[in-house]
Design a protein around this ligand. Structure first.
Ligand code: ATP
Ligand code: MG
Length: 380
């Protein structure tokens, strides 16, 4: 189990030998109880951040003050970072980030967490502490806010999206008052930084099957609040068409066809480019050979899956066709055309050769491609 990891034990020892309490908390406990992979481990403690820093130094572990104002110190043990956060309670809020104060009480720390299944604690022996009834909710797939949904959302509107994110991953049943609260309070999402919205949406769309959660987001008006123009109607069909392919948030986002996903979610340059290429191709509907040749296997496969989801019938063996096309580079280059061609004529010639190459199913021999290219290049 994760509790036998020596890197983790060193951090727990470090805190406890300093006279403080240390608990695993949040996603690590939730996922361990579900038997799914735990990516990163968060630790909650009654020790104040400066004490955590001092204890880590004394134990020859590396403290990094990643969020010391919020009570978080990342402690690096055997090359792995553990986020150690002092128990906190909410004191006030601007709707964007809850302002917190340190607390000595685990129960107060639990009360400021978002969902009951995220407010579980485990000590080093594996004993689980469940101050707000998260375990039965977790096993029933019930996603429930800690406290009153409306009150918790106005403290931090990002919790609306976290609600749908955890619903997509771990929920089978959504709390009806929470759905109503998300619908009513959705305009508050306009106040949340777009990169935080983007981070939640990436995670949501990476769930094994995000379609039901996205459908509920659409019903409540939350989806168009953050992604104007998004249409969720083909998403379920896309998930079905994906079969066992690894979840890919970018493909799923493109399938929603939102007006400006890159801007609304503050995607990186590379991510934005991928969205633009896919959305252009969705509209242009190239044939299989052209798609594979121009887009490469991965993007062309994404495109094919989206077209299937939109109800188009692709011929049997379409994956092999794409793979062939993607691995059939044009067998001639500019050097074969120049001389006699120069300047723009070379580009015209290569384009003509490409068109012939694709149209012939990548069979035209090089001399014939050169002839076609020279002919097209010489035309004005
Ligand atoms: P993941 O496996 O995706 O990392 P996680 O539960 O660890 O899931 P994080 O976003 O890493 O999710 O947050 C860690 C924990 O911090 C959550 O489990 C929750 O208890 C608390 N938390 C995070 N963000 C909020 C928030 N906006 N409001 C209240 N509690 C939050
Ligand atoms: Mg986490």
């Amino acid at each position: 189990t994760i509790l036998s990891d020596p890197a983790l034990i060193a951090v727990l020892d470090m805190i406890e030998q300093g006279g403080h309490r240390a608990y695993l908390v949040g996603g690590a406990v939730r996922n361990a109880l579900l038997g799914v992979t735990v990516d990163d481990i968060d630790i909650a403690t009654d020790a104040h951040p400066e004490e955590v820093v001092a204890l880590a130094r004394a134990a020859r572990l590396k403290p990094v003050p990643t969020g010391i104002d919020h009570g978080t110190v990342t402690v690096v043990s055997e090359g792995i970072g553990f986020e150690v956060t002092t128990f906190r309670r909410d004191v006030e809020t601007d709707g964007r980030h809850a302002t917190v104060a340190f607390s000595g009480e685990l129960a107060e720390d639990a009360a400021r967490r978002d969902f009951t299944m995220n407010a579980l604690y485990a000590d080093r022996t594996g004993r689980v502490i469940d101050p707000v009834g998260g375990i039965p909710d977790l096993h029933a797939g019930r996603l429930r806010f800690v406290g009153d949904p409306k009150a918790r959302i106005v403290e931090d509107y990002l919790r609306i999206l976290r609600f749908f994110r955890f619903l997509a991953w771990y929920g089978r049943e959504a709390q009806p008052e929470a759905i109503a609260a998300c619908a009513e309070l959705r305009p508050g999402l306009d106040r949340i930084a777009k990169e935080r919205i983007g981070a939640e949406m990436r995670k949501l769309l990476s769930a094994p099957n995000p379609a039901p959660a996205i459908a509920l987001m659409a019903q409540t008006g939350v989806l168009v609040q953050i992604l104007p123009g998004a249409d969720p109607s083909h998403l379920a069909a896309l998930i079905a068409a994906e079969e066992d392919a690894p979840p890919n948030w970018s493909r799923r986002l493109a399938a929603l066809g939102a007006d400006d996903p890159a801007g609304m979610l503050r995607l990186s340059r590379g991510e934005a480019k991928a969205q633009a290429v896919l959305s252009d191709a969705i509209a242009a509907k190239p044939g299989l050979d052209a798609a594979g040749y121009h887009l490469g296997l991965e993007t062309a496969t994404d495109l094919a899956l989206i077209h299937i989801a939109q109800g188009e019938a692709l011929p049997e063996g379409w994956r092999e066709r794409l793979a062939d096309a993607a691995s059939s580079p044009l067998p001639i280059s500019a050097r074969d055309l120049s001389p006699p061609l120069t300047g723009k004529a070379i580009g015209r010639g290569l384009q003509a050769a490409e068109a012939l190459w694709i149209a012939s199913g990548f069979k035209t021999p090089a001399p014939a491609l050169i002839d076609a290219a020279l002919l097209a290049g010489e035309e004005e």
